[in-house]
Design a protein around this ligand. Sequence first.
Ligand code: F6R
Ligand code: MG
Ligand code: MG
Length: 370
Amino acid sequence: MKTTFSIIKADVGGFPGHSSVHEKLIEVAEKNLSEAKNEGLLIDFHVTHCGDDLELLMTHHRGENNEEIHSLAWNTFTKATEIAKSLGLYGAGQDLLKDAFSGNIRGLGPGVAEMEFTERKSEPLIAFLMDKTEPGAFNLPIFKIFADPFNTAGLVIDPSLHAGFKLEIWDILEHKKVFMDMPEEMYDALALIGAKSRFVIKRVYPKEGGKLPADEPVAVISTEKLYQIAGEYVGKDDPVAAVRAQSGLPALGEVLEGFAFPHLVSGWMRGSHNGPIMPVSVKQARCTRFDGPPRVVAVGFQIKDGKMTGPADLFDDPGFDYTRQKAIEVADYMRRHGPFEPHRLPLADMEYTTLPKVMEKLKGRFKDIE
Ligand code: F6R
Ligand code: MG
Ligand code: MG
């Protein structure tokens, strides 16, 4: 029987401000998911946070887009919202954009990354959780992990990885997708995914004829765009991803190495600034300086018959100290630009923030230049 790993996340209230999640929200989510586990709906679960996002990591046998699983997540967020409101937490219920659940949590505000797969004898899996950024922030590390031999030695050395992988790339504006083979179509793929606010890697698949089934994903990334759902800026779509590792896939360390470079992502402060993404431990996943800098945590598990052994807090390691140091230097450098691009996002990307209101106010003051 196949196992489904689901990450469903939402910001239902920050503590304090938009920096982190209050432990009472974690507690209520744990209680709700533990009841679902006792009832047999879930096999296992882990509740954590990255910045102000409450993250539900769950295993079950019900496949992707399952109504009962999505409804469980929705109810959990609703209960957490009640607590958030009673404590006066900041932005209580902010990501729950609709009043009622209607079969599938997609389009209602929370972010979702799910994959169903046949477990191998030993199944290492890493959940990556980001705050203060957008789904395209995963493009660079996922590309490096599955397609760049300078990151993943196995692509060169291990015959079982040598054939490469297939990327499923989504155009999130046009709602279209394309599958591209790595390394054969690498340059074409880079032309797309380098434009990370529009083209995002949604899934990664093994190639045909390899060790793993070619129709089962080995990585999946959430791609919800809150602003497209809400019509105006209501917070960001801080993304999550699940990545499987080892035996025919990039090794755990090759997967984590994809995050050793703190690349620039958008979404910092008011969803309107570029800044470096900093890999941190769960404890350090509190967005403080200028509401950031953007962060990513990595929680590792071994999955056996759906049971999640873990979590291992994988960026809680001096091996990433240099990356963090670099991120802080780059954060400082970017901050000095203040309201100037390229720290502030270009105008087109500011369309869904409060900036258009400023432009509207000034409209009547603009005169033709003779
Ligand atoms: C939210 C975020 C923050 C807010 C900022 C302003 O995740 O990234 O940077 O955009 O704190 O928040 P409001 O408008 O709620 O005062
Ligand atoms: Mg928030
Ligand atoms: Mg957030």
